[in-house]
Design a protein around this ligand. Structure first.
Ligand code: FAD
Length: 402
């Protein structure tokens, strides 16, 4: 048995021992506050069992193992619907980037608090006019010449879990007189500081985990700057590639193929199971074929990590195709259920309900890179096609028409 197989077996045994207390069924019917509390308890249990920060250095509360062990654990964990979503941004990017840039001491305390689920960080990048094009952001950071403090003014948008967050990482424009990528500076911010207002945005399926965040004369000391003045775009790019490869679910967080087969076997039309209809079987089989191809891409990335090399841009293919595939299968499964397919169940999750899955798929096609941006990545980095037209390249930000 290889070391990795032994690690997988031990992780699987620990995860399975926690399903009854923290898994999908345990969460059914909980209020948002109760579910968050369950999530915090799960993270504490995970920390104590040595499965938190698997690939982080030990001095930061991690386990000092490789990304392969982390992916192996995550791949097992993803199957059970544990309440981990509140912490995914926090532990995915803001805390690791903070650990790279801030001096020792305080940062380790924050990291351990985040690993234990006691504190949450958010990522304040996107704005109303700056999502795909992060360098277009308008939130201003002006340095007070007397104190060296920075004064933040502006609005962020779509900030996941900002309403629960204790801290956030933020990029702001510190110099509008230079090209858009060069006038940005990166900070961490206390989300409870005076002048920070968080307003949840309710999404189509009724959940409100994304927020608008307003900054009105929020003062932050220069010690909260990460990286050089004017170097914020580079730190932001570094933040976005920290989690180079994360565990993926070929069903893209929707119901599984096994579920589609079970439902089509149970459902009948004119006294016959729907699964007996060749057209139904064909649609499910096509979806399965795509998922199998995605699983192969993921396996290849895992093998390149194990071999010590970095996977390439195949993550873009995985995300683009898997979410579209989930949306397509969900729509089809709603369709074959007839009227009952559109019955709304507030307690349902996107993993176990076709309507919820379908309604939440569009945000999955936007967050973390919209479809068209992923197509650009595939065109430029995988197919080697010429770069997109960028007419504002090198133009000072304040000369770009607003
Ligand atoms: C559920 C959810 C959670 C999110 N969480 C966070 C978070 O925690 N922190 C954070 O900072 N942000 C977050 N975001 C924001 C997310 O990163 C942005 O929504 C995303 O980058 C797209 O930006 P946009 O919405 O401004 O769309 P735009 O950039 O305005 O794009 C709109 C559409 O225009 C097209 N388009 C734009 N540019 C191009 C181009 N160059 N080539 C081709 N087509 C183009 C595409 O069709 C795109 O879908 C979240 C978003 C969602 C939906």
């Amino acid at each position: 048995m290889t070391d990795l197989t032994a690690y997988r077996n031990a992780a699987r045994a620990w995860i399975e021992s926690r399903v009854a207390e923290f898994g999908r069924d345990a969460r059914r019917g909980l209020s948002p506050a109760e579910d968050l509390e369950l999530g915090r308890r799960y993270l504490r249990a995970k920390y104590e069992a040595g499965y938190s920060g698997i690939s982080w250095p030990k001095e930061n509360g991690g386990q000092g193992l490789s990304p392969t062990e982390k992916l192996t654990f995550d791949r097992e964990e993803i199957l059970h619907g544990f309440p981990t979503e509140y912490f995914s941004i926090s532990l995915g990017m803001p805390v690791p980037i903070m650990l790279r840039y801030l001096p020792d001491g305080w940062k380790q305390e924050r990291a351990i608090a985040a690993l234990r689920g006691d504190e949450i960080w958010c990522q304040l990048f996107s704005e109303p006019a700056a999502g795909s094009d992060l360098a277009a952001l308008r939130t201003r950071a002006i340095q007070d010449p007397d104190t060296g403090d920075w004064v933040l003014n502006g609005q962020k948008l779509w900030t996941s879990w900002a309403h629960l967050a204790d801290y956030g990482v933020i990029v702001a424009r510190s110099d509008p007189g230079v090209a858009k990528h060069r006038g940005l500076t990166y900070f961490w911010v206390d989300m409870k500081a005076p002048g920070v207002t968080v307003r949840p945005v309710t999404l189509a399926a009724g959940d409100a985990h994304v927020n608008e965040v307003y900054f009105d004369d929020v003062r932050i000391p220069d010690a909260q700057r990460l990286g050089p003045v004017g170097g914020g775009f580079g730190v932001a790019m570094e933040t976005l590639i920290i989690e180079r490869y994360s565990a993926t679910d070929p069903a893209a967080n929707g119901p599984s193929i096994a579920r589609a087969i079970a439902d089509a076997t149970r459902m009948t039309r004119d006294g016959r199971a729907l699964i007996e209809d060749g057209r139904v079987r064909e649609r499910i089989a096509r979806n399965f074929a795509t998922q199998a191809a995605l699983a192969a891409i993921h396996r290849r990335a895992l093998l390149s990590l194990e071999a010590g090399t970095q996977p390439g841009s195949e993550g873009a293919i995985h995300k683009l195709v898997s979410v579209r595939n989930r949306q397509r299968l969900s729509e089809f499964m709603i369709d074959i259920q007839g009227v009952s397919g559109v019955q709304w169940n507030e307690q349902a999750t996107r993993k176990d309900d076709w309507a919820t899955s379908w309604l939440t798929a569009p945000t999955g096609r936007i967050a973390g890179g919209a479809d068209e941006m992923l197509l650009n990545t595939i065109a430029e980095r995988i197919l080697g096609l010429p770069q997109d037209h960028r007419p504002d390249k090198g133009v000072p930000f304040n000369e770009i028409p607003g």
